[in-house]
Design a protein around this ligand. Structure first.
Ligand code: DQQ
Length: 587
C-alpha cells in the first residue's frame, strides 16, 4: 500500500496512511510483528491505584463499593438515584451481609449530591442486607420503595416497603420501613426462597389494581412472579407468572415498561397505556446479562407474550460491561431513562487500594424503533452542559488503511460524534446468520486489523504515544438476505499493559437499511476509565472499562484517531468532538 502520512494542521485534513502504522495501531499482538509486545511486564502492578482512572462525569459516591441502581425516580423537581452501597469499604459486601441503599440526588442528572444511606439493614426483615428494588409514585404524590430484604446467612429473601419520613423534605433524606413488612414472603410451592428478589416499579392493571413483578427461581426456571394490590401495602400473588423462561435459572433485576413504536416520548406505567403500545420485559439472565424482550401485555390473561421466545436472539440492552439496569419515567421531560451498574475490571485488591469500585452508566433516554424490533438509547441531552471546546471536521475521506488523528480535544474526557458515510454498498461481504449467536467471537476473529470489503472503520482511542496501548470501537457492514447487518465491536484486548485486567472484545449486530440511509453514526463518551459507545443512533450500545498504563506513567494526553481498514472508501461528512468538563458527581 502507498505510504502517505498526513496530519491535521491549521484546519487542513491530513491523514496518516501506511500499512505499518495502521497495523501498529489496531492489530492485536501477533507473532512476527516486531512492535507487538505480548508481555505485560512493562506496567507496574500497582498502576491501577491512580486517581487518573476515577471517572469525571459518571455517577459514583465519594468512596466505597457500589452496584445496582435501585429505585430511580423524579419527584417534586428532584431526581433520586439509590444504589447498592457498601458503607464498610470498596469490596463486594456479599459475605459481610451489610449492603445498604446509598442515595444521591440531582436536578439535572449530571451533578449529584451524595446523601446518607436511605435504607439500612436494621430489622429482622432485612438484617442481612437491603438488596435491589424499585420506587413507584402512588396516587401522583406518594413515593413508595419496595425492596428485597435478606433475612439470614442462607440469604433467604422477602420483599419490604419503605416510605419517606417527611415528604416535604425536598431530598427525601429519611425513609421509614412499613409496619407490615415483609409485605411479600416466599411461601410459594416450587419457589427457591434464596432466589426471590428485585421487585419492579408498580403498574396499574385493567382492574385498577397495582401490580409488580418479582424475579424468582420457580421449579428450577427463571420466573417473573406477579403480585396485585389495592393499596400498595397488601399484596396477593397472581396464580401464574407474568412470564417464565428456561433461558436462566433466575431472572434478576426485572424491569417492565410500555413503549410506543417510533416515539421517544416515554410512557408512565401508573397511567393508562395508549393503544398501539408495546411492552418490554428486561431481565438479568445468568447473573450477568441484561437482555430485553419486546412483546405484548395480554391484559385478559395478565401475561407478557414476547414477540420471540428464542432466547438466543434476545438483544442485550448493552453489549458491554452493563448489568442490573433499571428504567424510570421522567415526568419532567416525558421520557424514559435507563442506567446500569458498570463494574471495575481490575482485581478486588486493586479496588480496596483505590478506595472505590463501581460506577453507573451515564443516564440514557430509551425508546422503541418504529419497526418495533429494537430499543434505541442515547445519553440524556443534559450531558451537553459539560461540553467544552469543540473540534469539528467535515468531508474527510478515509481510504483503506487511513488513520486520522483527532487533535485539540481532551482525549481523556471527551464526547465524540462521528458519521461514517458509505460511498458504495454493493460489495458488502455476505452475512452468516450463525454469527448472531456469538458476536464477540466474530469481533475477536475479524478485528480491526482484518481487512473487509466495507469496514472495519471507527475510532481508536486512549492510545499511548507508541500505540502499544489502545482501545478500538469499530463497525463492519454485511449484506444479509433481506437487509444489511452492521457489527459493532469494542475491542479492549490492547487497552492496557497492566496484567490481570479483564480485557474482552465486546460486540453486537444491528439491522440497518443502508438503501435508505447511508450514514452509520458512532457516539463515544470517554471518561477516563469509562468508554461508553452508541452505534447506529443507539441501536447497539457498548459500555467498557479500561485502565491504560500510559495515562498514569506519562501523565499525558492519549491519542485519538478515526480509521478505515476496509476496501471501500468511507466518507466522514461530520466529526465533532468536545472536551468534557468534570461534573460534580459526589458532593
Ligand atoms: N444485586 C443485588 C440483588 C440483585 C443483584 C444484591 C444483581 O438484589 O439481584 O446486591 O446485581
Amino acid at each position: 500500500m502507498a505510504m502517505a502520512v498526513q496530519v491535521f494542521l491549521g484546519g487542513l485534513a491530513c491523514i496518516f496512511s501506511t500499512s505499518l502504522l495502521f497495523q501498529l495501531l489496531v492489530g492485536p499482538c501477533r507473532e512476527g510483528v516486531f512492535f507487538c509486545s505480548q508481555s505485560s511486564t512493562k506496567g507496574p502492578s500497582t498502576a491501577i491505584v491512580s486517581e487518573r482512572y476515577r471517572t469525571a462525569y459518571h455517577l459514583q459516591p465519594p468512596k466505597n463499593w457500589i452496584n445496582d441502581p435501585c429505585g430511580p425516580m423524579y419527584y417534586n423537581g428532584i431526581y433520586h438515584e439509590f444504589y447498592q452501597y457498601n458503607p464498610d469499604g470498596s469490596f463486594n459486601p456479599n459475605t459481610s451481609y451489610n449492603i445498604v441503599w446509598g442515595h444521591s440526588v440531582s436536578t439535572d442528572l449530571v451533578n449529584w449530591i451524595t446523601l446518607e444511606p436511605a435504607i439500612e439493614p436494621d430489622t429482622p426483615n432485612d438484617i442481612k442486607g437491603c438488596w435491589s428494588g424499585s420506587a413507584t409514585i402512588v396516587s401522583g404524590d406518594q413515593p413508595v420503595i419496595i425492596y428485597t430484604g435478606v433475612i439470614d446467612i442462607e440469604k433467604h429473601q422477602v420483599q419490604n416497603i419503605a416510605l419517606p419520613k417527611n415528604r416535604s423534605d425536598p431530598y427525601l433524606r429519611e425513609w421509614t420501613k412499613a409496619g407490615n413488612n415483609p409485605v411479600i414472603q416466599s411461601g410459594v410451592p416450587g419457589l427457591n426462597s434464596g432466589q426471590f428478589r428485585d421487585p419492579t416499579t408498580g403498574w396499574i392493571g385493567p382492574d385498577g389494581l397495582w401490580r409488580i413483578a418479582v424475579g424468582a427461581q420457580l421449579n428450577g426456571y427463571g420466573a417473573a412472579l406477579l403480585y396485585k394490590s389495592e393499596d400498595f401495602l397488601n399484596w396477593t400473588r397472581v396464580d401464574h407468572p407474568l412470564y417464565s423462561s428456561n433461558a436462566s435459572i433466575m431472572l434478576e433485576c426485572l424491569d417492565f415498561f410500555a413503549v410506543l413504536p417510533g416515539s421517544n416520548n416515554g410512557l408512565d406505567m401508573s397511567s393508562a397505556i395508549p393503544n398501539g403500545a408495546k411492552h418490554v420485559l428486561k431481565m438479568g439472565l445468568n447473573f450477568g446479562e441484561d437482555v430485553y424482550v419486546i412483546g405484548v401485555y395480554d391484559l385478559k390473561r395478565d401475561v407478557f407474550v414476547p414477540d420471540t421466545d428464542d432466547s438466543r436472539l434476545w438483544p442485550r440492552i448493552d453489549y458491554g460491561n452493563f448489568y442490573a439496569s433499571k428504567t424510570f419515567f421522567d415526568s419532567k421531560h416525558g421520557r424514559r431513562i435507563i442506567w446500569a451498574w458498570t463494574t471495575e475490571t481490575d482485581s478486588s485488591s486493586d479496588d480496596v487500594a483505590k478506595g472505590w469500585a463501581g460506577i453507573h452508566s451515564f443516564p440514557r433516554t430509551i425508546w422503541l424503533d418504529s419497526d418495533s424490533k429494537r430499543l434505541l438509547q442515547w445519553p440524556v441531552e443534559e450531558i451537553e452542559s459539560l461540553r467544552g471546546n469543540e473540534i469539528n471536521h467535515q468531508g474527510l475521506d478515509l481510504k483503506m488503511g487511513d488513520l486520522f488523528e483527532i487533535e485539540g480535544a481532551d482525549t481523556l474526557q471527551a464526547d465524540i460524534e462521528i458519521d461514517f458515510e458509505l460511498t458504495s454498498i454493493d460489495d458488502a461481504d455476505p452475512f452468516d446468520p450463525s454469527w448472531l449467536f456469538d458476536a464477540e467471537k466474530h469481533c475477536r476473529e475479524a478485528d480491526a486489523s482484518v481487512h473487509g470489503s466495507i469496514g472495519p472503520f471507527g475510532l481508536v482511542i486512549l492510545a499511548s504515544d507508541d500505540t502499544e496501548e489502545h482501545t478500538v470501537v469499530h463497525f463492519r457492514v454485511y449484506k444479509s438476505q433481506k437487509n444489511y447487518m452492521i457489527l459493532m465491536c469494542s475491542d479492549l484486548r490492547r487497552s492496557s499493559l497492566t496484567p490481570g485486567l479483564d480485557t474482552p472484545t465486546y460486540g453486537g449486530f444491528f439491522e440497518f437499511d443502508l438503501e435508505k440511509e447511508r450514514k452509520i453514526s458512532l457516539r463515544t463518551l470517554i471518561d477516563r476509565s469509562a468508554v461508553e459507545s452508541f452505534g447506529g443512533g443507539g441501536r447497539v450500545c457498548i459500555m467498557a472499562r479500561v485502565y491504560p498504563v500510559s495515562l498514569v506513567d506519562d501523565n499525558r494526553q492519549p491519542h485519538m484517531y478515526a480509521f478505515n481498514n476496509g476496501s471501500a472508501t468511507v466518507r466522514v461528512p461530520q466529526l465533532r468532538a468536545w472536551s468534557m468538563r468534570r461534573a460534580q458527581v459526589s458532593v
